[in-house]
Design a protein around this ligand. Structure first.
Ligand code: FAD
Length: 430
């Protein structure tokens, strides 16, 4: 059994871990990243759109060299019922400007690129090895045990994702409950760049996002997403774990139903299915944040539950990158005074409190309660679809009075108490 000592060990080569490693290696610290996948990104998943602002701070103009797929310049929201849907498109030059820009990414490529940057900066990368446990001495984390090999460090950064077993092992995080997580499943279809441009109405290098509520999850909490990549299209759903069983449809069937939906199918028609993946997604947000620091250890990214899941869209990658960066800042400060106690490492939490991570997580802390309103996923898309049917379908059948018909539909589907409850919850998101 060999023993090695590093300045910092990072567990997990996702965006949080790799950002922390890049920053620390750049500052000259001996940094080891241990990733259980065969390569960084092998096990990671996103819908996915990366909001660029946080990586921009770490690697300015990263989009010029990183393997981004397309810059998103067209945003669409769609409410789907069984046969159709109402889609609202938004385009604006502001969407792609400077740090407002967001990009579609495929994690297999993107994380490998970031791992390469961390390695160039001097970080040591070990892949294909799972960290089994943390080594503690006198209540302080001092290293890791990976497959029987022990490695030591002044600080261990946990960036091991949503189900951080390591944080659970030492009692920093409690076991996840079904209502706290959703499950995401995604298919990637290959199409030519030209076909994608034509179908989504974008130019080379430009992309579209379509975020859908309603039919994709058969009324379950969650939604569907479509993102254009360079020469592929990502199509998937996210649905809360506690709702599985509520619908007759299994998650794979939901994905199938979504890609066969009359509004979705034309986008991917003729495409070859080249990838299928599934992953857990943090859902309970703010209320799920674990202990973030202890003697010799910090928790970042999904492991720290830094995710906002709005059902139809998930945001976690910019939080992962920012929390990795801030963890690195806290470690640099601890190094400067050669003190890795919880007291010194608490600087990490202070930085988070001052950052957009805590600001935005707090702001959306009431959102999980709103998501529990099945109305958004059932009655609303169905009602909106019916309104458009009444307005748009012209034939020789009697159509009745438009306004009275809409009012009747509305009353059949919604109660005043339900609406008041929903508005009340909305008002809590300030
Ligand atoms: C379906 C879906 C859609 C999403 N869509 C979006 C989106 O569009 N935009 C967005 O911003 N976010 C999105 N997210 C969320 C986003 O993907 C995550 O927030 C982000 O990946 C978190 O990064 P991370 O580095 O913290 O964790 P991860 O990317 O999960 O990385 C954790 C790493 O740790 C490794 N690991 C775990 N345990 C061990 C161990 N014991 N030893 C060694 N290695 C270990 C894993 O293999 C993995 O590489 C989505 C998530 C899902 C599932």
């Amino acid at each position: 059994m060999s023993e090695e000592k590093f300045d910092v060990i990072v567990v997990g080569g996702g965006l949080a871990g790799l950002t922390a490693a890049y920053e620390l290696a750049n500052a000259g610290y001996e940094t080891l990243v241990v990733e259980r996948g065969d390569y960084c990104g092998a096990k990671n998943m996103t819908g996915g759109r990366l909001y660029g602002h946080s990586l921009e701070k770490v690697i300015p103009n990263f989009a010029e060299e990183a393997p981004i797929e397309r810059k998103i310049v067209k945003e669409n929201i769609a409410l789907l019922n069984e046969k159709g849907g109402v889609q609202i498109a938004y385009t604006s030059p502001q969407l792609g400007e400077g740090s407002n820009a967001s990009y579609s990414v495929l994690r297999g490529k993107f994380d490998q690129w970031l791992a390469g940057k961390a390695e160039e900066a001097g970080a040591m990368m070990v892949t294909g090895i799972r960290v089994d446990k943390l080594i503690e001495q006198d209540g302080k984390v001092v290293g890791i045990d990976a497959g029987g090999e022990e490695m030591y460090a002044d600080v261990v950064i946990l960036a091991d994702g949503v189900n951080s077993l390591l944080a659970q092992q030492i009692g920093m995080k409690k076991e996840i409950e079904p209502h706290e997580v959703a499950v995401g499943a995604k298919e990637v279809f290959k199409l030519s760049e030209e076909i994608i441009n034509e179908r989504f109405g974008v130019a080379n290098g430009e992309g579209a996002a379509i975020l859908c509520a309603g039919d994709p999850t058969d009324g379950n909490l969650g939604g569907g997403f479509i993102y254009t990549n360079k020469d592929t299209v990502s199509v998937g759903i996210v649905t809360t774990l506690s709702d599985i069983g509520r619908s007759q449809l299994s998650v794979p069937k939901m994905v199938e139903r979504f890609h066969n939906h009359p509004m979705v199918e034309p986008y991917i028609k003729g495409g070859e299915l080249v990838e299928y993946s599934g992953h857990l997604v943090t859902e309970a947000g703010w209320s799920m944040i674990p202990e973030l620091y202890r003697d010799g250890v910090l928790v970042t990214g999904d492991a720290a539950a830094f995710v906002i899941n709005l059902g139809y869209t998930v945001r976690g990658m910019d939080f992962a990158i920012e929390s990795g960066r801030l963890a690195a800042e806290a470690v640099k400060r601890a190094k400067a005074v050669d003190d890795y106690s919880a007291d010194t490492l608490s600087y990490y939490k202070k930085l988070l409190e001052e950052s957009f991570v805590f600001r935005d997580m707090k702001k959306f802390s009431a959102f999980p309660a709103i998501l529990e309103e099945h109305m958004i996923f059932n009655e609303l898309p169905a009602f909106v679809g019916d309104v458009f049917n009444r307005m748009m379908v012209v034939n020789s059948e009697p159509s009745g009075d438009l306004v009275v018909g809409i009012a009747n539909d509305f009353c059949k589907r919604f109660t005043m108490a339900g609406i008041a409850d929903f508005v009340g919850k909305l008002m809590e998101v300030r």
